[in-house]
Ligand binder design. Sequence first.
Ligand code: IVH
Length: 684
Amino acid sequence: MVEDIKKKIQELRKQINFHAHRYYELDDPLIADSEYDQLFQELLNLEELHPQLVTPDSPSQRVGSRPLAEFKTVRHTHPMLSLENAFNETELLDFEERLQRFLKSENDLSYMAEPKLDGLAVELVYEKGLLTIGSTRGDGRTGEEITRNLKTIRSIPLRLAAPGNMQLPENIEVRGEAYLTLAGFQALNEQRLSAGETIFANPRNAAAGSLRQLDSRVTAQRPLDFFAYGVSDTAQSPCSSQEELLDYLRKLGFEINPLTKFCRDISQVIEHFAHLQDIRPTLAYDIDGMVVKVNYFDLQQRLGSKARSPRWAIAAKFAATQATTILQKVEFQVGRTGAITPVALLKPVNVGGVVVSRATLHNEGEIKRKGLKIGDHVLVQRAGDVIPEIVKPVMEQRSGSEKTIRMPESCPVCRHRLILPEGEAITRCPNSHCPAQRLRLLIHYTSKAGMDIEGLGKKAMEQLFSQKLVQDIPDIYALQVADLVVLDGWAEKSARNAVAAIKASRHTSLAKLLSGLGIRYVGEEVAGLLEEHYGGSLHELMQAGEEELLDIEGIGPQTAQSIKEYFHDSEVKKMVSRLMDFGFTIVSAPKSPGERPFAGWVFLFTGSLAAMSRDEAKVRVKERGAKVASQVSKKVTHVVVGDKPGSKLKKAQELGLTILTEKNFADLLAGKDASPNKQQLSIF
Ligand code: IVH
């Protein structure tokens, strides 16, 4: 009996998939819509009666299901990075020059040039060909699990195809952009308008809003689409280039943007960029530029990534759209670290589909350089996902009544005298007790960018701060249900939930805690690098000197200095110790020893290497857990000698350090035994 039903269900699925393909992909249906709906309803009915027979790739999964209470988070096995931008031809040529320098190659590099859609980056995990998890990019390391919502998108295969005798990958994590067409966006907004709902500002927001629906039945009503553009780890594919990979993904059943082009060299890249810019107004969806990727994976591998973005790719952005408006007023904001930022309040103006009413003026120098005055007509521009900015005042429209913008001399909040440190551009309030700074820090600490404590959003933190219940981070952990229930807007339930969320946040990762503390120059990415290096040991990080921090790949001098100064401040030390007294457990995801085979080693390079640049050599050893020194000393464990070594070789020999030829070094990187032998060394 159940076997019969199972057969019937399988038959229905086969029919539905066939007719859906005729309808959605070939645009050539063989049966009437009503007949199709009937088949679908029959399937839904049978599955409802026999829920144990529902499979994850059943077409019924495309219609959504009961709402969730909240999204789970998923950690990406490989971080989802972002891209650096190039705004013109020169910057694309600079990109190629950087690649050549890093790779030490004179040859032309080939590229893939792909239209950059402005939607939402998502990751799709397929196990044995079946879509199991779909997630958003989130902060790049962890995203939200939105599998049910993604399953409603027709261009996302529920099961991978394997044409001919192609072998399916065991496990593959496909990445791409979920987006709305312009027509889909317009239709959605019209529908919302007539239902008396607020409309979405642009297709990107509409796509994001549609995918972050707890009720996947709502998502299923949105005309979302998907283009695949990559995988999380190129080793998961049998391909050796981006060009091959896109072909491979197409065979697995994904849509690849048809305007993607293989480019023999950078001049072809530039040509394609101009072409895309030309046809942009005719496209069915908005693009905000073009992504350029080094084609070959072996080269991508060598180039590697910086903290935020890969070295092997760049986003070439289209010229910005502009509009003019009036600069009505300037407000001064006090940031978390005391930076005073002038913000222009503008007469609201529509710039390329987005209403702009504020723009940061960055600092006093910027205001002077642009020559801005209050009352000016100003040219405002916005490029894709870049924050809007004021380009210049429109001098022809000056009436003479415009007023000079003056930086305040004292903090707009605590009245402390402001300082402009020698050689710096940013005016600061040096009073670390300044209420504005304190409050900003607290808001940041509990926000998504920090510890992400649910129930303690901006409003709640403002309230707790003004009620003097929370003045410093550790105070958050002393909060009791009884403190909260008596406040406006709180009830027993919300108070209990907030206190539970606070308690739960004590079990955290080092990266999250560091992001939350709001240390200057330490955002999510740097915090991630620190976690990778120090595992869960906050204690070890607090002891670190500048030099030690500088040895971490991706951390520069400014950041190293800032981290050291922060943890050496006696007030910070007291605050952290009070915080830890509340019983924190810091979990960590450090690199396994297998991934850090050079841990404990210190390399010194002298002379030039033939196969790679000095920069690449440094990256190669640091990513294996070693440090790099610039001076000869007893701490150095390996001296790598290239062509025309300097006096360092002699010094190293005098100290009796281990000396490697370039060949030894290459063997060591390849994991071969590379003990230097006497014969090779006699060349010195
Ligand atoms: S590659 C590591 N390719 O652009 C490489 N990204 O800043 C990063 N995007 O939101 C992604 N089209 O979703 C890549 N063909 C394409 C893309 C693309 C759009 C988005 C991506 C992310 C942003 C990267």
